[in-house]
Design a protein around this ligand. Sequence first.
Ligand code: FMN
Length: 352
Amino acid sequence: MTENLFQTYQLNDTLSLKNRILMAPLTRCMADENLVPTNAMAEYYARRAEAGLIISEAVIIRPDGQGYPNTPGLFSDKQIAGWKKVTDKVHQQGGKIFAQLWHTGRVAHPHFFAHGELANARVLAPSAIAVEGSVPRMRELTYQVPKAVTENDIAKLIADYAQAAENALSAGFDGVEIHGANGYLIDQFLHYDSNRRTDNYGGNATNMARFPLAVVDAIIAKIGNEKTALRVSPGAYFNVVGDDRDRQVFDYYLSELEKRNLAFLHLGIFDDSMEFDYLDGKASSYLRAHYHNTLVGVGGYTAETASAAIADNKFDLIAIGRPFIANPDYVNKVKNKEELTAYSDEMLMTLV
Ligand SMILES: Cc1cc2nc3c(=O)[nH]c(=O)nc-3n(C[C@H](O)[C@H](O)[C@H](O)COP(=O)(O)O)c2cc1C
């Protein structure tokens, strides 16, 4: 029984979804050398237009946000034009698409951006604490000790997020999802492991949520709350280590987010069966209890388990990631009860 997945869903007065299945944001590292989306990417997204809403792979808001090869941007005219081809194709197929706006913070690597005019650019983060490890599949690129951002850096970052949101609408996107999850820049402010600041941006819940909320507010001011969504990871699981005190930060953050009337809030996690002591269980249950507007669940769900979770009011919409890589026609296959192709990591080598 998966019928409820095929109900329409009204996000707000401007946006209505034809079903409850979102394509989760999936980084594919296939943009060209100028970080411009290609025609192959336009075809890839258009093939998935049956989703109620596509969330694009994470898109960097400016060069120093880059932490992986060939991740697309949304800061140059060429990139905007490239994305316009993607959004046009998705719209021609009757789909809707949001851009996921990204800055990786301390997970960035200068290899990708510190040349030419930006030769002296540093990796930026809330505090000068490196994340352990190296860029995936590029082991020689170990993560660096970042520069702790100054108030000027923070003001510029907020302005650049807002500009990227405006660029997203110029490129024809239906809205944006701010990537506030998975241990990247915004999330780094919200966890004690990565935020050791003692100024207005650290040390307690109000201060630690100040930058994330400022980004949300700056984007809402540019494009409106109805086109603005956010992804959050209250449970630290990637690029950052959890701390019991993070709970207070997220309790406060969610109460503030609820007032913003976002298009939706989206959990950031790979496997939603994970439990977090400081959240008293699963991240999705914690969000449902502390945030009362539209919530998107994700992380290891099948159509059947997602349908049951929606029926049990665990969340309102489901984002599907890896199965959508393996099955461009995921939605129709589920609707027609056809067998799905299993996902495997080798599928990441090509854009089908
Ligand atoms: C190859 C790959 C790339 C991903 N890229 C992103 C990304 O760009 N932004 C993001 O927020 N999450 C990203 N994720 C996480 C997914 O959005 C999703 O949360 C995760 O795959 C769990 O859902 P699933 O079990 O349906 O695949 C990625 C996951 C995979 C497997």
